[in-house]
Design a protein around this ligand. Sequence first.
Ligand SMILES: NC(=O)c1ccc[n+]([C@@H]2O[C@H](COP(=O)([O-])OP(=O)(O)OC[C@H]3O[C@@H](n4cnc5c(N)ncnc54)[C@H](O)[C@@H]3O)[C@@H](O)[C@H]2O)c1
Length: 267
Amino acid sequence: MKTLHELMTLKGRAALITGGAGHIGSAIAGGLAELGADIVILDMDQSKADATAGSLRQEYGVRTFGIAADLGQEAPLRQVPAQIEKELGRLDILIHAAALVGTSNLKGWAVPFAQQSAETWDDALRVNLTSSFILSQACADLLATSGKGSIINLSSIYGMVAPDLSLYAGTNLGNPAAYAASKAGLLQLTKWLSTVLAPKVRVNAITPGGIWRGQAEAFVAAYTKKTPLARMGTEEDLKGAAAYLASDLSAYVTGHNLVVDGGWTAW
Ligand SMILES: NC(=O)c1ccc[n+]([C@@H]2O[C@H](COP(=O)([O-])OP(=O)(O)OC[C@H]3O[C@@H](n4cnc5c(N)ncnc54)[C@H](O)[C@@H]3O)[C@@H](O)[C@H]2O)c1
C-alpha cells in the first residue's frame, strides 16, 4: 500500500490554473507547486500571470509559465492545451478558479436586482461557467492521456444556497444573480463531466465560503455569526482541498463537491 506521502506527490505532473494570479488561484498554485507540480498560470494580464509563475519557480523550483487570455473569448482558449503540451509535454490537472466575483467593478453587477443587467449576466456566465466547459473540452484528450487527469471547478456557497441580503445591509457589497447562477451551473457541469469523462479524468468541485479580505466590520460580524467555525475563510483554507482533489489522495473520488465554508451551508 502507498504511503500518504506517495499519494500526495504531484512530481512529474502539470497543472493549469485559471485565475491563477488571483487570491485563491495563486494560493492553490503554491500548494500544488509545493507538492512538485509544474504550473501554468492563466489570467487576464500577462505581467501578473508571469509574476505569479516567476515567484512559484523561485520558491519551489518547478517549471512554470504564464498565459494571458480573456476567458470570455473562445478562440484563445482552444489554443491553450497545445501551448502547454509544447512547453511542458503534458497536462494532468485543470483548475478553474477565475471568475467575475462580487467585488468585480462591472456595470449592472453587484447592485440591487432591479439594476442588474442582462449584458453583465451574459459576461459572467461566459467567464465563470462557459469557459470551464470550453477548457474542459479542449483539454480533455491531454488530461485523459495523463492517466491521472483531474479537473477542479471553484464554485461558491451562492451556487448552493440563496443569499441572506440582510448580511449586506449598510455595506457596498452586492450579490449578483448571475454569480449565483454561474456557480450553481458549475456544480452541475462538474457532475455531468464526472461521468462523461470517466474513467480517465476525475472531475470535482470546491465550494469556498466567504474569504476575509478586510470587508466592512458589520458584514464580517454578521457573516461570522452564521458560520459554525466562527470565522471567515482564508486562501490557505483552500490549499488542502485542492491538493486532495488534484492528487492520488482522491483517486477514487469524482463528481464530488468539497465544501470548505466553516459549516456555513450546514444549517
Ligand atoms: N473570495 C471569496 O470569498 C470566494 C468565495 C466563494 C468562491 N470564490 C471563488 O473562488 C475563485 C477565486 O476567487 P478570488 O477571491 O481569488 O478572486 P480574485 O478576483 O482574487 O481572482 C479571480 C482571478 O480571475 C481572473 N479573471 C477574471 N476574469 C477573467 C477573465 N475574463 N479571463 C481571465 N482571467 C480572469 C482575475 O484577473 C483574477 O486574477 C472564484 O471562482 C470565486 O468565485 C471566492
